[in-house]
Design a protein around this ligand. Structure first.
Ligand code: HDE
Length: 745
C-alpha cells in the first residue's frame, strides 16, 4: 500500500472508533472552509525587495538569497525540512484525549511562537524602516577621504525613523523627538549616522541619559502616560535640569509633531571630525534637508490622528514609496575650522545643547538620499537593525562631545540584550557590504563557519593572515588631548542654558509662537504638582518674559520674574529655524474630493490633474463602490479630515440615514442646502487645521453654508480646473497660516 493510503486508512480507523464526524465542527475531521489546497508556487518575492547581497563574516559572498526560509515553495515543512501532513490538529490520544508529548510538530510550533518577541528598544521602540540609495555629490572630497561622498558614488542605505518615548505599539503622531537613523553600507565599512529631527539634546553628558529617559517614560507606578511628555516626572526633571530647556522648547514647537517623515529635517546633533586624504581635519555638523520642506501637524490634528490612525507616519512612508513618490533628502554639512578650542563664533562645538545658526555657517549639500524600497519583513529588517555611532568609515571621526562619547558605549551594549548576543552584525540587515575579515569568534547565534585555525595575531599557521594595512584603513587621528586633571565636570561654556532657547523663540513667526505657548500650557496643564508648574514658569521667565506671561495666563498662575543672575541677553534671530515663509513642492500630498452618489461635474478631470501634479486624489462619496464613473476611495463613514492636506467639494450630498445628528447651519450663513454632517465636520476640521478648502459647482453652497466661504484659503471656483490651480498655490505654503490667531509679535 502507498504511504498516503496507509495514513488515510489509519485516520479512517481512528475516526470510526470514536464519535461520528460532524461536518463543520472543528476537530471532527472535515474543515469547515475549503482551503485552496492544490500546491502551487507562492507569489515570487517583490522585484527588488530582497535584503541586499550579503557578505558573511568570513568575507565569503554567499550569493544566496537571504530569505531562504520565507515561504518559498509549495509544501509546508518542519524547521528541519520534513513535509507536514496536518498543522491544524495536535496529536492526541483520540479526538477527545490529551495531547501526546511526542507531537514534535506541536512542540516546535508552540515553542517557536513562545519566543517570537525580543525586547523592544529601551528608547526609540516605535519606528519604521526603509531602504534607499545615497549618491555623493563630490563636494565634500576636499574635506574627507570617505569614499561614499565622492562624486557619483552610490551607496545602499537602510533608514529607521522613530519616536523616542513610546512603546513599540504606540501612536506615531505624539509630541516627541523623532529619530532619523541612517545606515550607509559603504564599500569601506558601514557608516551609521544616528540622528534626530531636533538638533540639540536634553543633556550634555551621557551619564544623565537614564535620568532624562526615566523622567520621560510613563510613571513607574501606573505606567501612564504612554508616549507623552505631558506629565509630572518629565517636567520635574526638565525644570530642575535647565540644560534640557532648549530641547524641550523644540519639542513644544511644531517640530515635535511632524506632518510626516518625508517632511522632517535630520541633525547629527554632535560635532564630528572629518579628515581628508592629506590628513587635514575640519569639524562638521551633519544636516538632512527634506526635498518637500519641513512641515508639521497642528496639535488637534495630531491628537485626532493618534486615535483615528495611530500608524499615520508609518503608513504615509510606506504608501509614498509603493506609489513611487520616493522621499528625498539632501545631506549637508556645516563646516568649522578644527581649532584647539573647538568653538565657532563663540559657540562651543562640543556642547550638544547648542546649535550653530545656519546664517553663521551655511549648510553645504554633499549628497542626496532617495528612499525607494520598503522592507520585505518588518521584524527581520526594521526591528533587528542595529545602529552604532562607532560605525565609521575612514574619513569620518568623532569628537570629545561628552554625549557622543557615552553613546559610543551604549549602542553596542544595548544590542547584546536586545538581539541576544554579540553576533548581531551577522543579521542580514546589519551585514556590512564591505568584505569582512575579522577575528571575532563563536558566541550565541554564530552563523559563520569560520575557516582557518588561527584567529589570533601574530600567527604562522594561517600564513599570518589577515594582515593589517594602512591602505584605505580607518586611522585614529592623533588629536591632542589637553593635559588636565581627572575630573567630573563640564567646561564653563556649557553653563549657558538659556540664550539659545531665547534665540529659538525669537526666530519663530507669530503663529509658531502661539503654537509653542499652547503646547507649554497644555503639557504643564496636565501636571498635577503645582510646584512643578511654577518651577517651569521660572525657567520660561529666564527664556522670554512674554512667553512666560502667556503660559502663566493659560495656567492661571502669576508670571514670575527671571532668576537672579540670569541676564536676558540680546540674540540675533535665525530665520532658518522657522518652518513658515517659504514655498515647497506639494508632491505626495493627499487631496480629498467630495462628490455625490452620482459623482460630480469635473471631479474626474480634477482627480487626473491632482495625480498628474504628483499628489494623491481620494474620492469621498456617500457610499463605497462607484460614484458616477469614479471609483470611491473613502466614504463619509471612513473619511476623516486628518487624512487630507486639502479638501475640494464638488457636490452637496444630502444627509444620509446613517449620518451623525445634524447641527443647525451657522448663523448668517446661506442655509440653502442640507449638508451631510460628516461632510460638514470634514470641512470644519480641515478649515480649523489651516488646510486649503475649495469648491465648485454644487459644492459652493456647502462652503457658504459652513460660513467659511469668505475666509483665507477658501476658494469658490467656476470649475474644477480653476479650483485645482488655486489649491496648488496654497499647498506650496503648507498651510493657510492667516487663519491662525496671531496675538504675539
Ligand atoms: Fe540614542 N540610543 N542615545 N540618541 N538613539 C538608542 O540604541 C543613547 C541620542 C538615537 O532606529 C539606543 O539600538 C544614549 C542622541 C536614535 O534603531 C541606545 C544617549 C541622538 C536611535 C541609545 C543617546 C540619539 C537611538 C536604544 C545619550 C541623536 C534609534 C536602542 C548619551 C543624535 C536607532 C538602540 C534605531 C537609540 C543610547 C542620545 C539618536 C540605548 C546613551 C543625542 C535615532 O543605545
Amino acid at each position: 500500500m502507498e504511504a498516503r493510503k496507509i495514513v488515510d486508512a489509519v485516520k479512517d480507523a481512528v475516526e470510526n472508533i470514536t464519535e461520528p464526524t460532524v461536518p463543520g465542527v472543528p476537530g471532527s475531521g472535515t474543515p469547515s472552509v475549503e482551503e485552496p489546497t492544490t500546491p502551487r508556487e507562492p507569489l515570487p518575492p517583490k522585484g527588488d525587495q530582497g535584503t541586499p547581497k550579503s557578505v558573511t563574516p568570513t568575507g565569503f559572498d554567499t550569493k544566496a538569497p537571504p530569505t531562504t526560509r520565507g515561504q518559498q515553495g509549495a509544501f509546508l515543512t518542519t524547521s528541519q525540512g520534513a513535509r507536514l501532513r496536518d498543522t491544524d490538529h495536535s496529536l492526541k490520544a483520540g479526538p477527545r484525549g490529551p495531547i501526546l508529548m511526542q507531537d514534535h510538530h506541536f512542540r516546535e510550533k508552540i515553542t517557536h511562537f513562545d519566543h517570537e518577541r525580543i525586547p523592544e528598544r529601551v528608547v526609540h521602540a516605535r519606528g519604521t524602516g526603509v531602504h534607499g540609495t545615497f549618491t555623493g555629490y563630490g563636494s565634500a572630497e576636499a574635506i574627507t577621504s570617505a569614499g561614499f561622498l565622492k562624486k557619483g558614488a552610490e551607496t545602499q542605505v537602510f533608514v529607521r525613523f522613530s519616536t523616542v518615548l513610546g512603546s513599540r505599539g504606540s501612536a506615531d503622531t505624539v509630541r516627541d523627538t523623532r529619530g532619523f537613523a541612517v545606515k550607509f553600507y559603504t564599500a569601506e565599512g558601514t557608516f551609521d549616522l544616528v540622528a534626530n529631527n531636533i538638533p540639540v539634546f536634553f543633556i550634555q553628558d551621557a551619564i544623565k541619559f537614564p535620568d532624562i529617559i526615566h523622567a520621560g517614560k510613563p510613571h513607574p507606578d501606573r505606567e501612564i502616560p504612554q508616549a507623552q511628555s505631558a506629565h509630572d516626572t518629565f517636567w520635574d526633571f526638565v525644570s530642575l535640569h535647565t540644560e534640557a530647556q532648549h530641547h524641550a522648547m523644540w519639542n513644544m514647537s511644531d517640530r515635535g509633531i511632524p506632518r510626516s517623515y518625508r517632511h522632517m529635517e535630520g541633525f547629527g546633533v554632535h560635532t564630528f571630525r572629518l579628515v581628508n586624504d592629506a590628513g587635514e581635519t575640519v569639524l562638521v555638523k551633519f544636516h538632512w534637508k527634506p526635498k518637500l520642506g519641513v512641515h508639521s501637524l497642528v496639535w488637534e490634528e495630531a491628537q485626532l490622528i493618534a486615535g483615528v490612525d495611530p500608524d499615520f507616519h508609518r503608513r504615509d512612508l510606506y504608501d509614498a514609496i509603493e506609489a513611487g513618490a520616493y522621499p528625498e533628502y539632501e545631506l549637508g554639512v556645516q563646516v568649522f575650522p578644527d581649532t584647539p578650542d573647538e568653538t565657532f563664533a563663540g559657540i562651543d562645538l562640543l556642547d550638544p545643547t547648542k546649535i550653530v545658526p545656519e546664517e553663521l555657517a551655511e549648510v553645504q549639500p554633499i549628497g542626496r538620499l532617495v528612499l525607494n524600497r520598503n522592507p520585505t519583513n518588518f521584524f527581520a529588517e526594521t526591528e533587528q537593525v542595529a545602529f552604532h555611532l562607532g560605525n565609521l568609515p575612514p574619513g569620518i571621526d568623532v569628537t570629545n562631545d561628552p554625549l557622543l562619547q557615552g553613546r559610543l558605549f551604549s549602542y553596542v551594549d544595548t544590542q547584546l540584550t536586545r538581539l541576544g548576543g554579540p553576533n548581531f552584525s551577522q543579521i542580514p540587515v546589519n551585514r556590512p557590504h564591505a568584505p569582512v575579515n575579522d577575528m571575532l569568534r563563536d558566541g550565541f547565534h554564530q552563523h559563520a563557519v569560520h575557516a582557518g585555525v588561527a584567529p589570533y595575531k601574530p600567527n604562522s599557521l594561517d600564513a599570518g593572515n589577515p594582515f593589517e594595512t594602512d591602505e584605505k584603513s580607518f586611522a585614529d587621528l592623533p588629536v591632542r588631548i589637553a593635559e588636565a586633571p581627572k575630573i567630573r565636570a563640564n567646561p564653563v561654556s556649557f553653563d549657558d542654558h538659556y540664550s539659545q532657547v531665547r534665540l529659538f523663540w525669537q526666530s519663530m513667526t507669530p503663529v509658531e509662537k502661539e503654537h509653542i505657548v499652547s503646547a507649554y500650557t497644555f503639557e504643564l496643564g496636565k501636571c498635577y504638582q503645582q510646584a512643578i508648574k511654577e518651577r517651569q514658569l521660572r525657567c520660561l521667565a529666564n527664556i522670554d518674559p512674554e512667553l512666560c506671561a502667556q503660559v502663566a495666563a493659560g495656567l492661571g498662575l502669576p508670571a514670575p520674574a527671571p532668576s537672579e543672575g540670569v541676564a536676558l541677553t540680546e540674540v540675533a534671530p535665525s530665520p532658518a529655524l522657522s518652518q513658515i515663509g517659504q514655498e515647497w513642492p506639494p508632491d505626495g500630498r493627499i487631496i480629498g474630493i467630495v462628490v455625490g452618489p452620482d459623482g460630480a461635474d469635473g471631479a474626474g478631470s480634477v482627480r487626473e490633474a491632482v495625480q498628474a501634479a504628483g499628489m494623491l486624489p481620494l474620492i469621498i462619496a456617500p457610499a463605497g463602490g462607484h460614484a458616477g464613473g469614479l471609483v470611491v476611495q473613502r466614504t463619509f463613514n471612513t473619511a476623516r479630515s486628518v487624512e487630507f492636506d486639502a479638501i475640494l467639494v464638488a457636490d452637496a450630498p444630502a444627509p444620509a440615514a446613517d449620518a451623525l445628528p445634524a447641527r443647525d447651519a451657522k448663523a448668517g450663513a446661506a442655509a440653502t442646502v442640507a449638508v451631510d454632517p460628516r461632510v460638514r465636520l470634514l470641512i470644519e476640521e480641515a478649515w480649523r487645521h489651516g488646510k486649503p478648502v475649495g469648491a465648485w459647482g454644487d459644492g459652493v453652497a456647502v462652503l457658504q453654508q459652513a460660513g467659511i466661504s469668505d475666509t483665507p484659503g477658501v476658494f469658490l471656483a467656476e470649475s474644477g480646473p480653476g479650483a485645482f490651480t488655486t489649491l496648488q498655490q496654497f499647498l506650496a505654503r503648507h498651510r493657510v497660516w492667516e487663519r491662525f490667531p496671531a496675538t504675539l509679535a
